[in-house]
Write a protein that binds this ligand. Structure first.
Ligand code: PAF
Length: 284
């Protein structure tokens, strides 16, 4: 396993591997890996001959009041995991390497970026789209692997790939959960023990929504209000948003029909957590 810190070095090895006829899988991460990341790496390992994982806490996707400085980092642990998962290359550039002083370009995906998490985190998805496009250009992967937990991010990246005619297959893998249902996230580290047990409320509210839909409820406002009631009973929780949208374009829906995304963001103490559930009720 090789650790590469420069754009030119990463480009060189990826071009060599591609010239040798190998397929390249890219797993973009911000490090501090958990089982969710490992599931992406394992999927890449299965599908591609060369696996590149980037570890880069991207300053462009953090707002000025957000947790860029505190974001958990443990590169030595990531390296150990990479070795045991059979990763071929870790791309670990500095912020100056990816964004030199002269850097001016940003990638903006209109509409999709301004709803749900984009409302509470202005500029966040511009930062994500920009860094992901850079990573795609540097690595030129055949396939790139992302998690469904960041459902909006996945849709935005799909839009970038389609709109800019990139030759990358996008592979989205299911959310990996803790035993009580909490979606795995590096930010779970911020939770104290009380907050950690309160955090299970996100998944519980999604289960409630699924139960209501299974029971025949189709009215989005009713489902949202039942989820809200449930979360509001948890004293450590503060809702940022709960949204029912069309799963492809993120437009709010009034009634559940076809592929619907139920997404929410909730503060548990000071930590903002997200989760979602995809439902397909076509003909059901
Ligand atoms: O999902 C993440 O960890 C980040 O948003 C990503 C895709 C690595 C871009 O920085």
């Amino acid at each position: 396993m090789e650790i590469i810190e420069t754009v030119s070095g990463m480009k060189r090895v990826c071009r060599e591997e591609a010239r040798a006829g190998k397929t390249i899988g890219l797993v973009p991460t911000m490090g501090y890996w958990h089982e969710g990341h490992l599931s992406l790496i394992r999927a890449a390992r299965k599908r591609c001959q060369v696996v590149v994982v980037s570890v880069f806490v991207n300053p462009l996707q953090f707002g000025p009041q957000e947790d860029y400085q505190q974001y958990p980092r443990d590169f030595s642990r990531d390296i150990r995991l990479a070795k045991s998962e059979g990763v071929d290359y870790i791309f670990h550039p500095s912020a100056e390497e990816l964004y030199p002083q002269s850097f001016k370009t940003e990638v903006e995906v209109r509409e999709l970026s301004n709803t749900l998490c984009g409302k509470s985190r202005p500029g966040h998805f511009k930062g994500v789209a920009t860094v992901v496009l850079k990573l795609f250009n540097i690595v030129r992967p055949d396939a790139a692997f992302f998690g469904q937990k960041d459902a909006q991010q996945a849709l935005i990246i799909k839009r970038v790939i389609d709109d800019l005619d990139l030759d990358v297959e996008l592979v989205i893998l299911p959310i990996i959960r803790e035993e009580d249902g909490l979606a795995m996230s590096s930010r779970n580290l911020y939770l104290n023990p009380q907050e950690r047990s309160a955090a299970a409320i996100l998944y519980k509210s999604l289960q409630k929504a699924r139960e209501l839909v299974r029971g025949g409820e189709r009215r989005a406002p009713v489902i949202i209000s039942r989820m809200k009631q449930m979360i509001e009973q948890e004293p450590l929780a503060r809702i940022d948003y709960i949204s029912l949208t069309d799963a492809d374009n993120l437009w709010e829906v009034d009634s559940i029909e076809g592929k619907v995304l139920i997404a929410l963001a909730v503060f548990i103490g000071k930590t903002r957590l997200i989760d979602n559930l995809l439902l397909d009720v076509s003909g059901a």
